[in-house]
Design a protein around this ligand. Structure first.
Ligand SMILES: *Cc1c(COP(=O)(O)O)cnc(C)c1O
Length: 368
């Protein structure tokens, strides 16, 4: 099935993005098996890390997933009809004035401050019924969440939670992909101590990498995002997740250039020999990051093709000298078998998360 967001079709698109929903579901099931102490949610923020929440949400819901997280209220409202009956929580916290939207759409806010708790308690009083929430506890990230003083204030005045049904007490790990970082154990210890001061409720700790940290990080609800989409949750070790994305770009033109000629904006690559340059229809406006200039590569026929010169807005050039099969109309794999999002990230000087969430809107998208 080809879903068309940009006017692109398989026939006219410069690049094709194929998303394997079966692999995403299989990854969710794998993570669930690795987290036997509780349920396993799916994090769908940023349009399911760029892969399309409107396709990913129903696939996971059909597979039995009943806990979903997004970052923004708007994201939650968009997928609410796709995940009937499931918990749908919104990580960035409750903005004053939006309480009615949460109640109407049966959304669960992740409350990260006393002010947000006060807003939600008041909303519950006005609604005349208990409202669900997740309480976010800051154990070291220092972005959102109640700090130790906030937890102490709640413990001293438990009536501030009147009318709030705490679905989960949640914390978020700072460096779960680095198992040797002592912050992991410190966060687990702090979380237990802070939870002990609050009314008993189920707990939620691990993101993708946290699931691999061992028992102290198991809880009633894991919250993986990246690993669902195939990013390696255990960097430096073999990736246990299935790849979910294939991105290929069409070759528009191939030309021969003489030694000493330079390629692309500012000529940052110089041919050392007579070279065949293939120009593909993808660029940084498609989220194909410019920091890959002179560093990235594509795959053709199972072999790497070096990216040469600057990535420009709509075009990227490759050294096809050793690949006579690359002719106009050929397709180069930029992500796919032999080249993972993590590989692309390494060339671009970032992480796989940014590679996926940057994926652009001009592709022809196909969901399998
Ligand atoms: C994004 C996010 C997650 C998912 O993290 P991954 O590393 O992608 O698995 C889980 N919890 C919170 C609070 C998040 O912001």
């Amino acid at each position: 099935m080809l879903i068309n967001y940009s006017g692109a079709t398989q026939a006219n698109a410069g690049a094709l993005l194929e998303i394997d929903l079966g692999a995403i579901v299989a990854n969710w099931q794998t993570l669930g098996r690795l987290h036997p102490t509780g349920a396993t949610a799916a994090v769908l923020k940023a349009d399911a890390y760029g892969l399309g929440a409107s396709a990913v949400a129903p696939a996971l819901h059909a597979a039995g997933c009943r806990h979903f997280f997004v970052a923004h209220l708007g994201e939650a409202l968009a997928i609410r009809p796709l995940v009937p009956g499931a918990m749908l929580a919104e990580l960035n916290g409750l903005l004053a004035g939006t309480e009615g939207d949460y109640i109407e759409a049966d959304l669960t806010p992740v409350l990260g401050s006393l002010a947000e708790i006060d807003l939600w308690r008041e909303a519950a009083r006005m609604a005349g019924r208990r409202l669900p929430a997740i309480l976010h506890i800051d154990t070291g990230m220092h972005r959102l969440g109640l700090d130790a003083a906030g937890v102490a204030a709640l413990a001293a005045a438990p009536e501030r939670l009147d009318g709030i049904y705490i679905r989960y007490l949640m914390t978020h790990l700072v460096a779960s992909e680095a198992p040797d970082d002592p912050i992991n154990a410190l966060q687990a210890t702090r979380f237990s101590a802070l939870c002990a001061k609050l009314p008993p409720a189920p707990r939620s700790i691990a993101n993708s990498s946290g699931i691999f940290l061992g028992e102290a990080f198991s809880s009633d609800l894991a919250r993986p995002g990246a690993a669902l989409y195939g990013i390696n949750p255990i960097p430096g070790r073999p990736n246990p997740m299935r790849q979910t994305v294939r991105l290929c770009a069409r070759v528009l033109a191939v030309r021969d250039i003489e030694p000493g000629e330079r390629v692309g904006y500012n000529g940052i690559w110089t041919a050392q020999r007579r070279s065949r340059i293939a120009t593909a229809s993808i660029g940084y406006a498609d989220g194909f990051l410019r920091s890959q200039s002179n560093r990235g590569s594509a795959i053709f026929d199972g072999r790497a093709v070096p990216l040469v010169g600057r990535v420009s807005m709509d075009l990227t050039t490759f050294d096809a000298t050793d690949h006579p099969g690359i002719i106009p109309g050929a397709w180069l794999d930029l992500i796919g078998p032999g080249r993972t999002p993590d590989d692309v990230a390494e060339a671009a000087g970032t992480n796989g998360y940014e590679i996926l969430t940057s994926l652009g809107a001009r592709f022809a998208r196909a969901y399998r």
